[in-house]
Write a protein that binds this ligand. Structure first.
Ligand code: RB5
Length: 149
């Protein structure tokens, strides 16, 4: 069995170029981007795109997910409504690493109107390279899961 290196990607209209740059970047580093769009610059609705990527992660089809909108906030809120998803918005590399190490986040959200491309790619690298530490953090993640009902 091969490792699941698939990373779901989606955004709204505010983040198409950055999403595509991230897809190319992670593909060049051994990940398989599953970019579900959109590609049109027409105004669209971030909840549907956040939910679609979140379902790919929650089902196990993709190991991780990266989603984007203008601030990263709205699409993160939508993704976190899907059971089994833990998504954080990050504008710095420390947070991107910590949401994996301590929170076992399986999705990362970035605001395309908040950070530039160079920082966004570093944030993505920090997220993808970090590993969940387990231990006391696993207890807390289980407590989050219990809130899902
Ligand atoms: C779209 O204008 C904008 O509201 C959206 O990209 C996002 O920032 C919402 O959280």
């Amino acid at each position: 069995m091969t490792a699941n290196n698939r990373v779901a990607l989606s955004s709204d209209h505010a983040a198409i170029e950055l999403r595509q740059a991230i897809a190319a970047h992670i593909a060049a580093h051994g990940w398989e981007p599953v970019d579900i769009g959109p590609t049109s610059p027409e105004s669209t609705h971030y909840p549907q795109h956040g939910q679609a990527a979140a379902r790919l992660v929650a089902s196990g089809d993709c190991r991780l997910g990266i989603i984007l909108c203008g601030t990263g906030q709205g699409i993160m809120m939508a993704a976190n409504k899907v059971k089994g998803v833990r998504c954080g918005v990050c504008s710095d590399t420390f947070s991107a690493r910590m949401i994996r190490q301590h929170n076992d986040a399986n999705m990362l959200s970035i605001g395309a109107r908040v950070v530039g491309e160079g920082l966004a790619l570093d944030i993505v690298d920090s997220f993808l390279h970090a590993q969940f530490e387990g231990g006391r953090h696993a207890t807390r993640v289980e407590m989050i899961e219990a809130l899902e009902g």
